[in-house]
Design a protein around this ligand. Structure first.
Ligand code: BES
Ligand code: MN
Ligand code: ZN
Length: 485
């Protein structure tokens, strides 16, 4: 295990120090104020400021433009006030976590407090962003940046809840960012067991050939060529009488494409191909920490899609756990293969809600770009609800159809189905339709095809892991199953 637990402990301490309540603060400590300003509020605000502040603001040309920031010194030269521009006042320019992330990213170390009064939702977003924006993945650097900007909060703000979201998302981000030479299927599963054990979940784990003998032939076929053996973890938590919520995550620790090998450009980011598993773990941790009254089950098949003499091949036929035979049209469509056996296991006990999360297709990215996970479900009302929760949480999701008219494209001449379609059209939908063949008993099923990554550098949002869908799904589950706050 080595350093990992130590690093994760230090990480937790770091996160706890980012938020402090007024009570626990030494009175001598200097605290700078933070004012958030829309352009429309700017001139009124400016008039109310002392001359010194007014001239400083005018001198620097600050006028509340979106994402602009001005630090204003006190007469003694200490940082007294930070003003941050929110731009024009539109519905979209309410404070979001990305505003706060971008703000905190540019601040020097120290303690801060909000001067602007925010609604509860906006304050939650702000605090989340405050923590988000300080995330760094720098454990491989000789000189990691360790700058703590603390936010001083009123005593009535529920920091435990906000910190649990931060911790879960940091866990997912760390897992996604960790390179595949370290995050092997075994390590991913160990991290999952760590989460499960923390909350006293029942764990089943299958490794190597046991994956095959326990009845997960597709997981084994995809993972067997790698030096690190395939794994599957299945853990359950909560009261057996509560509604059954089952989460399944794609845990491809590295996707070379297998024998239908990816080009270099396509392979470059494929350490993140376990992003679905990371998101599912984060969500599971949130559910267990909040003690949501559900019967939670988490299933993660973890493999490396590698090449060697015993790799599965294009043209192979694999008999899946569900009994359906699959002809391999392309070994690079491996995610749906490992998921189909995991979904068959999940579906067998007829969960009330079955959710899978996966970095399944490049086609979903062509359709929606890197920021919006594609959401698939036959339940249109559920889709609408999830989309609106996502919009509110600034964790967007977009419903795409499981178009029945394309289902026949999965046909195979020699097997029950092929893992790819011949046409090459509508790849994200085809991925969803393939998975759908393995779900029949679950009362509701949702498939999220996500990217899990920030592809452009933005303040507070460095290029790297992004656990998409986690906050939206957690909020939805809380609303649906939670003890009413
Ligand atoms: N992990 C990839 C999908 C992916 C690629 C997600 C790039 C995000 C960015 C998946 O295993 C894959 O390779 N899918 C193929 C499927 C194809 C062979 C039908 C794809 O999308 O090209
Ligand atoms: Mn692939
Ligand atoms: Zn993949």
């Amino acid at each position: 295990m080595g350093l990992a637990p130590v690093i994760s402990f230090l990480g937790k301490l770091f996160e706890i120090f980012m938020l402090v309540t007024r009570q626990s603060l030494k009175s001598s400590e200097p605290i700078a104020g933070i004012t958030l300003l829309h352009e429309a509020q700017f001139s009124i605000w400016l008039e109310q400021q002392p001359t010194r502040v007014r001239s400083w603001v005018l001198l620097h040309g600050f006028c509340g433009e979106r994402n602009t920031l001005l630090m204003i010194p006190s007469e003694q030269g200490a940082l007294e006030l930070v003003v941050f521009g929110l731009g024009e006042q539109q519905a979209q320019s309410k404070v979001s976590l990305w505003d706060a992330a971008s703000l905190v990213d540019r601040l020097p170390e120290g303690s801060y407090q909000l001067v602007t009064e925010l609604s509860n939702t906006a304050l939650n977003q702000f605090v989340l962003g405050w923590q988000y924006g300080q995330y760094r993945f720098d454990q491989y650097k000789q000189k990691p940046e360790q700058k703590v900007r603390r936010l001083v909060l009123e005593n009535n703000v529920d920091t435990t809840y906000l910190q649990s979201i931060q911790q879960a998302c940091s866990l997912a981000r760390d897992l996604i960012n960790t390179p595949a030479n370290e995050l092997t299927p075994q390590v991913l599963v160990q991290r999952a067991i760590g989460v499960a054990n923390t909350y006293g979940a029942d764990v089943q784990r299958y490794s190597g050939d046991d994956v095959l003998t326990a009845g997960f032939p597709t997981v084994h076929a995809v993972g067997r060529a790698a030096v690190a053996p395939p794994e599957l973890i299945d853990f359950s938590w909560g009261n057996a009488d509560d509604p059954k919520v089952t989460l399944v995550g794609k845990g491809v620790c590295f996707d070379s494409g297998g024998l239908d090998i990816k080009p270099a450009s396509g392979m470059l980011l494929m350490k993140k191909d376990m992003g679905g598993a990371a998101c599912v773990l984060a969500l599971a941790q949130l559910i267990m920490q909040a003690k949501l009254p559900v019967r939670l089950r988490v299933i993660i098949p973890a493999v490396e899609n590698a090449i060697s003499g015993n790799a599965f091949r294009p043209g192979d036929v694999i008999k899946t756990r569900a009994g359906l035979s699959v002809e391999i049209g392309n070994t690079d469509a491996e995610g749906r293969l490992i998921l189909c056996d995991a979904l068959a296991l999940a579906d067998a006990d007829a969960p009330d809600l079955l959710i899978d999360m996966a970095t399944l297709t490049g086609a979903a990215r062509v359709a929606l770009g890197p920021e919006i996970p594609a959401l698939f479900t036959q339940d249109t009302q559920l889709a609408t609800e999830l989309m609106s929760v996502g919009a509110r949480e600034v964790d967007p999701l977009w419903h795409l159809p499981l178009w029945a008219g394309y289902d026949d494209e999965l046909s195979s001449k020699i097997a029950d189905l092929n893992n790819v379609s011949a046409s090459g059209f509508s790849g994200a939908i085809i991925g969803g339709l393939f998975l759908q063949r393995f779900v029949s008993k679950a009362k509701q099923w949702v498939h999220l095809d996500l990217y899990g990554w920030n592809s452009k550098e933005r303040p507070g949002r460095p290029v790297g892991a992004e656990p998409q869908g986690v906050r939206a799904l957690f909020e939805y589950l809380q609303q649906r199953f939670g003890k009413q706050a």
